[in-house]
Design a protein around this ligand. Sequence first.
Ligand code: ADP
Ligand code: MG
Length: 435
Amino acid sequence: MTFKDLGLSPPLVKAVEEKGYTKPSPIQEKAIPHILAGKDILASAQTGTGKTAGFTLPVLQHLVATRHPKYRPLRVLVLTPTRELAAQVQDNVREYSKYVDIKSAVVFGGVNAKPQIATLRSGVDILVATPGRLLDLHDRKALSFKRIEVLILDEADRMLDMGFVRDINKIISYMPAERQNLMFSATFSNDIKKLASGILRNPVSVETAPQNSTAKKVTHKVYKVDKSKKTEFTIKLIKDGNWNQVLIFTRTKHGANKLTEKLVKAGISAAAIHGNKSQGARTKALKNFKDNSIKILVATDIAARGLDIPLLPHVVNFELPNVPEDYVHRIGRTGRAGAAGEAISLVCSEESEYQSEIEKLLNEKLASTIVAGFEPTDTDPPKRAASQSKGSFGKKNKGGGSQGNKPKSKPHFKGNKPSEPSGRGRSNPPKKKRY
Ligand code: ADP
Ligand code: MG
């Protein structure tokens, strides 16, 4: 199967060939014919399997085939959860549309709106956007959704997590009912299926891997490490392994800053990327990381979704995510497009429960290692259980609901609350997570 066999026109085929793609990926092979046929789709595939080209190529083909010779109304909208992802998707759109007369643009918050407004005025066929800024621009009459023919939701589950549902519904309310809808994601929860049923019409489901599975060539490793020794251990890993490009996830923005500082002090070039950084600093950190001028990028979950950092050999979870699906997304940053990768997690005692949840989701045990000198000593949960059993000595738990060694209250960072303060909201501030 070739891109040409899928029915794509020569200028599009030429553009992907220039990118070095020799054949369509499985998700592309499955999704492209349906999209060309004008169908709505709900597509799920492992991260790093080429979903972006999967929706961009057929949509470009449609735009070219039906382009008005004089007018250039906005006809395709791609919504993404984060600014970085929006920028990256538009980079791809621009590359794939190199040999066709289609204009694309990207808009997101955190940067001056004026140039965005000017670009929109000059005529754009396909716009990639984050929901907040898009609605701002719509309120300012910088664009219209009246001629939208195709709506694409990329990383739809993250948009749900981030509380964008109301924004999405508002945006949709301005669009013609008659349109094509494409929903892409790496994982599909029941909530996402519910959202999909409200937006998609008779969708074709396209799946290429078992749901929630991780890239096959990724090796998972867990180091049981004392909480207070994680930084020291991370530095040792980087130095001993001679690692040159590592993405490290922390749970909080503060944690990302703290770790970055300590790495830099230890002589390792590093930068942090998270929601409290200015857009300029975020863009710069990602660029420096991609072109190898810094070795380590320390990120909160903002970088976990959709960012394409080619051939990333190592991803480190400095802390395990409190939502098991996020593990899948985080480690989706390694082993991309068939390359091998290593996902390393530093797990202290209070995180062992998250490890079990992740193992359950993956249906796979993660091999755990204890390294001399870094053994966990923070045995918090058993201590508590011991004092509990003392109090109820000789008595069985009522109702058979044995607590075992599990603490009743989960570790402090567990729960549905965003681990970082919510940012400025639009229509639904309390639910919106910023990473
Ligand atoms: P996803 O959205 O599924 O996580 P991306 O669309 O970001 O994945 O693509 C991941 C990487 O694979 C990108 O670097 C992209 O250029 C590359 N890629 C996409 N399609 C192909 C293909 N057919 N052959 C080789 N590489 C591809
Ligand atoms: Mg993607």
